[in-house]
Design a protein around this ligand. Structure first.
Ligand SMILES: Cc1cc2nc3c(=O)[nH]c(=O)nc-3n(C[C@H](O)[C@H](O)[C@H](O)COP(=O)(O)O)c2cc1C
Length: 141
């Protein structure tokens, strides 16, 4: 048996993306996630992605294996590596998406996951700040 898990990472896009690029990407992502019962959130700001994947352990592993090897991004840093969870933050989104502009300020004052200076020492280091961010977007879901 395998319960519900969550995986969250940040990465850098190899190039600046615009709305048509996101549409191509999301058209590829959403049907596959639906098939695998994966839900989540994809954020993009200043060439940084932050993605949350929610679902069964083996399904997250399968999808993340493909994501990790995707040449469209690099410098993948795991914020949460397969965190067991009771319920999903985004049960209705096969992949919610927001492209954030400079007017977006992080709900947490302490950490900006999108900053190029953002560094990570351990997976669990920013757990509370990450949950604040997820709750912020859950309100819009
Ligand atoms: C930032 C980013 C996020 C992605 N997220 C997902 C995802 O949630 N689910 C998925 O199936 N593919 C995702 N992909 C695409 C995969 O990396 C990969 O291209 C795709 O799964 C391959 O599908 P195919 O083998 O059917 O061509 C993502 C790619 C990028 C660059």
């Amino acid at each position: 048996m395998s319960g519900l898990h969550r995986l969250t990472y940040v990465s850098r896009s190899v190039r600046l993306l615009n709305m048509p690029d996101f549409n191509v990407l999301l058209e590829q992502i959403r049907p596959k996630n639906k098939q695998l019962d994966i839900t989540g959130l994809l954020l993009y700001k200043d060439k940084t992605f932050l993605q949350v994947l929610e679902g069964k352990l083996e399904n997250i592993n399968a999808v993340f294996e493909a994501i990790e090897h995707d040449p469209r991004h690099f410098k993948i840093k795991l914020l949460e590596h397969l965190q067991p969870c009771e319920e999903r933050f985004f049960p209705n989104w096969s992949m919610g998406f927001f492209s954030l502009d400079d007017s977006f300020s992080m709900p947490s004052k302490f950490v900006d996951f999108f900053s190029p200076e953002f560094t990570l020492v351990s997976n669990s280091q920013y757990h509370d700040e990450l949950v604040k961010l997820l709750l912020y977007f859950q309100k819009n879901s």
